[in-house]
Design a protein around this ligand. Structure first.
Ligand SMILES: Nc1nc2c(ncn2[C@@H]2O[C@H](COP(=O)(O)OP(=O)(O)O)[C@@H](O)[C@H]2O)c(=O)[nH]1
Ligand SMILES: [Mg+2]
Length: 311
């Protein structure tokens, strides 16, 4: 018998196998996380109409017989105002520098703007191939010639390949995938073929709770929220999850709880039904709301809550 440490967890790839890291880059809200999920074929990243939904660099892993693509979903690139914002943008830059290819995602339902050009100029200085991905084509107006031209120009300047798709409907996502595989070098399996993300289940659970808070609360509350999974008790029939929701002010705690606890109940119910897809058996979810003033400004509290600059 083979000793256990020699068992092949990661198989040897067939000849000609392609693999690599693809940085998914773009302004906030253009659909980077939706695209990551669409390519992986499973929800690994949370999405919402609120800017800065994605806070941690997250890998979405897609394996097919001829290739393995490791998608690096990043927070959007923008001008930072907070310590948290600075950590997010710095991590996006690190992702750019360590990629084999870049998918620059833009909102194809609107003309190219200053934010897109700012990122395009950042990318001009790097060596790796860039694919310009026009997302949200399902929202394009009937006659989009003029709109498309603003992007063909942007891509033309830098000699980038351009592709149109909708991450939401899945239309055209296969074309993007083929282009990405085409651009990747030959390489090994970086991760076991059945893995879809590098994040532990606990992290995804916390994110699914945060997603519901983003969807149900408005204005300044979303950015002030962090979720920590305190305890997971796994039993054959049921998984018990205890999570804390951190906010910065007592007024925000009030909003999350809602009248007579109505909002927190709704958040819990919706998050539980999403989490149900992750585990076999039933889920019991208990949420606590806690006030931690200025957690976003404190490097120590940021790292305690799992936000780190990865160097
Ligand atoms: N109509 C439409 N909406 C999309 C599409 N892709 C993403 N969205 C929506 O745009 C919003 C932001 O998406 P998200 O993936 O969180 O953006 P990110 O900040 O770039 O990661 C969400 O409400 C998505 O549902 C698309 O192809 N079509
Ligand atoms: Mg995102």
């Amino acid at each position: 018998m083979q000793p256990i440490d020699e068992l092949p967890l990661i198989p040897t790839p067939p000849p000609g196998f392609k693999s690599g890291f693809v940085g998914v880059i773009g302004r906030p809200n253009v659909g980077k996380s939706t695209l990551t999920n669409a390519l992986v074929g499973q929800k690994v990243a949370i999405t919402s109409p609120v800017a800065q939904t994605t806070r941690n660099r997250l890998l979405g892993i897609l394996t097919r017989p001829d290739a393995q693509i490791v998608l690096v979903d990043t927070p959007g690139i923008h001008k930072p105002h907070h310590q948290l914002g600075r950590v997010l943008v710095k991590n996006a830059r690190i992702a750019i520098e360590s990629s084999d290819a870049i998918a620059l995602v833009v909102d194809g339902s609107q003309k190219a703007g200053g934010g897109d050009r700012y990122i395009a100029n950042l990318l001009q200085k790097i060596e790796v191939p860039v694919i310009l991905g026009l997302n949200k084509v399902d929202l394009q107006p009937e006659n989009a010639t003029e709109l498309d031209r603003t992007y063909t120009e942007l891509a033309g300047e830098k000699d980038w390949q351009m592709v149109k798709f909708s991450a939401l409907t899945g239309d055209g996502v296969g074309d993007l995938l083929d282009i990405l595989v085409d651009r990747l070098p030959e390489g090994p399996y970086y991760y076991p073929p059945d893995l879809v993300t590098d994040r532990p289940e606990r992290f995804i659970m916390g994110e699914l709770i945060r997603e519901q808070i983003l969807l149900m609360t408005r204005e300044e509350v979303p950015h002030s929220v962090a979720v920590a999974i305190e305890k997971v008790e796994e039993q054959p029939e049921i998984t018990r999850v205890f999570a804390s929701i951190y906010v910065e002010r007592p007024s925000q705690k009030g909003i999350i709880l809602g009248k007579g606890g109505q909002s927190i109940k709704q958040i819990g119910t919706a998050a539980r039904s999403q989490m149900q897809k992750l585990v076999a058996g039933k889920i019991y979810l208990e949420l606590f709301v806690k006030v931690r003033p200025k957690w976003r400004q404190s490097q120590m509290q940021l790292s305690e809550l799992g936000y780190r600059v990865e160097e």
